[in-house]
Design a protein around this ligand. Sequence first.
Ligand SMILES: Nc1ncnc2c1ncn2[C@@H]1O[C@H](COP(=O)(O)OP(=O)(O)OP(=O)(O)O)[C@@H](O)[C@H]1O
Ligand SMILES: [Mg+2]
Length: 586
Amino acid sequence: MRGRIVRVSGPLVVADGMREVRLFDVVNVGPKALIGEVIELRGDKASIEVYENTDGLRVGDSVETLNMPLFVELGPGLMSNVFDGIGRSLLSIYEHSGDRIGTGLDTIRLDHKKLWHFTPTVEVGANVAEGDILGTVQETSAMLHRILVPVGVEGVVETIEEGDFNIDQPIAVIKTSNGKEKVCMHTKWPVRVPRPKVAKLSIDEPLITGQRIIDTLFPIARGGVAAVPGPFGSGKTVVQHQLAKWSAAEVVVYIGCGERGNEMTDVLREFPELVDPKTGKGLMERTILVANTSDMPVAAREASIYTGITIAEYYRDMGYNVVIMADSTSRWAEALREMSGRLEEMPGEEGYPAYLGSRLAGFYERAGKVQTLGSEPRVGSVTAVGAISPQGGDLSEPVSQATLRIVKVFWGLSASLAHKRHFPAIDWLISYSGYNGKMDNFYKTNVSYEFPKYKSYIMRMLQEEAELNEVVQLVGFDVLSDKDKITLDIAQVIREDYLQQNAFDEVDTYSSIEKQNKMLRVLYTYATLASQAVENGISYEKIIDIGSRAKIARMKYTLETELDELDSLESAVKADFAILENKEGI
Ligand SMILES: Nc1ncnc2c1ncn2[C@@H]1O[C@H](COP(=O)(O)OP(=O)(O)OP(=O)(O)O)[C@@H](O)[C@H]1O
Ligand SMILES: [Mg+2]
C-alpha cells in the first residue's frame, strides 16, 4: 500500500491514503526511504514520526508501509557495538560509508556476513520448547552468547550442526506440529513489546556497583530501578559512567540520549581501555552503546530507550544480569514533548503530553529479576538507571515527579555538594533506597553481620551533623561541647574519608564490598572509641590528634590486593586510643 505526503513539519510527516496501515507500523518515507513510525491515525491520514532528517521531503512524495512494527535485530554482533536510536549499527555504517550516515532500512543493523562459530548443546532428536538453549557462540571474550529456541516454537530437533555460520544461515531445523522451523542465529523483536518471561521474581540481592555511597547507604537491587536527578554539572553522567564501568553485571547497555556528542566520544574512547576488575577482560567486551546524541534526529531519541531495553531483555533471557543506563531521560521527555506539540495534542503540565508517565513506566517496568522461558528456566535480570536533568535542579517538574513515582531508588545530586567538590554529589539527606531492608539481610549473610549496623550508624551521625550545623551557624563551633565537636569530627571522617570517592583515581574509582566493609569497620572503631574517650574526659584536641586518624584519610587508597592493611589500621586505631586512655596494650 502506498500513501502520499500531505504535510511535513520537522520530524512529523502526515500522509493520506493510509487506511490499511496499523498504529506503530514502520513506513518508508519519500524517495530516500526514510524510516518512520505511524504514531497517530485519523481516517485515512497517518501521522508519522520520521527517525531521520526530513530535509528535502515534498508534499506528494510516496509513503510505503512495511507492515511491521519498529523492531531491533537480536543476535551475535550486538555486544561491543554502537547503535543509533532505532538499532542501526553505527560501527558498520561507519565502516561501509564513512562518517556519512545513509538513510532507510537498508543501512546496516547487525552484520549479516560475519561468520560465528556455533557449538550445539542439544542433539538431534531432542525435544525443545521456546527459550531452550540450542547452543552457544563466543561473541566476545567476555560473552558466551546463548542461541535460544525462538518464542512460540516447540518441537523435535531434526538437524543441528557445529560450524561457522552467518546470522542468516540456519543452525538447526526443528520439526513442529505444523511443519518445520529453520532456526538462524538472529531474531527480530518489536521494541515497544516486552519480551516474554515465565515470572517476575522477588528482588533479594544488591547489584554491587563499587561506589561506596551507593552500595552502603542507598543500594540498588539486581532487577531494581533507580533515578539520578541532579542540576547541571552535578555529576549525573559520571555516576552513570561509573555504574557502566564497575557494576557487577555481565552485560551493560548504555543509552546516550540527547546528551552532548562528546560525552559519547568519552565513552567510546575510555571504555575499550578499561579492564573489568573481576574478569580481567576489557569493559567494552560486555558493553553495548545506544547513541542518540543531541546532534542526531530528535524523533529517534524517543525510540532509543525502547531499543536499549529490548536488547537488555534479550541478554536477560539468556540468563544474564544486565544493567541499563539512560542519560538523560529529561532529554528523552523533551523529544516526546516536541512530537506531541507537532501533533497538536492537548498539552499537560509544562507542555508534556498526558502520557509522559505511562511512557516512562513502559521503560522502567521492563526492568526486573525474572525466571526466563525454557524447559530449564534460568534467572536473569535487568536493572535500570535513568538520569534526570531538571531545570535548575527543581524536582517538582513533571519528568522528575513522574519518575519518582516509578523508581525505588533515588540518588539525589546536590549542587552545593558538587560546588564543594564533594563527589559523588549524592545528597544523603534527600536520597533513599526502597530496597534497604532486603539488602540488609543479604549483606548480613554474605558480607558481614555488622554491615547494616555500620550503615545505620553512619546515617545517624550524618543526621546529627546536619542538626549540629544549624547550631554552629547560630553560635559558632567553639561553644560546642567536646562531645558535639567529636560528633562533627566523626561526620567529617565519614563524608571525606568514606563517602567521597574520586571517579578519576585509579584505586579509588572502585571499592569492592569487602573493602567497603573493612573501611566501615575502621570508621566505626574510630567513632565508638572517640565517643567513649570524650565520655571519659579526654579532650577533643587530643582525640583528633592521634596518629591513626591521619591514616584513615588515606584508607580509600588501599589496594584491593592489600585489604589486610585495613585490619592493621583498625588495630592501630585501637592502640592509639589505648595509649590515650593510659591503658596497657589493646
Ligand atoms: N565521582 C566523581 N569524582 C570526581 N569528579 C567528579 C565525580 N563526579 C563528577 N565529577 C566532576 O563533575 C563534573 C561534571 O560531572 P557530569 O558531567 O557528570 O555532570 P552532569 O550532571 O552530567 O552535567 P550535565 O547537566 O551537563 O549533563 C565532571 O566533569 C567531574 O569533574
Ligand atoms: Mg551529563
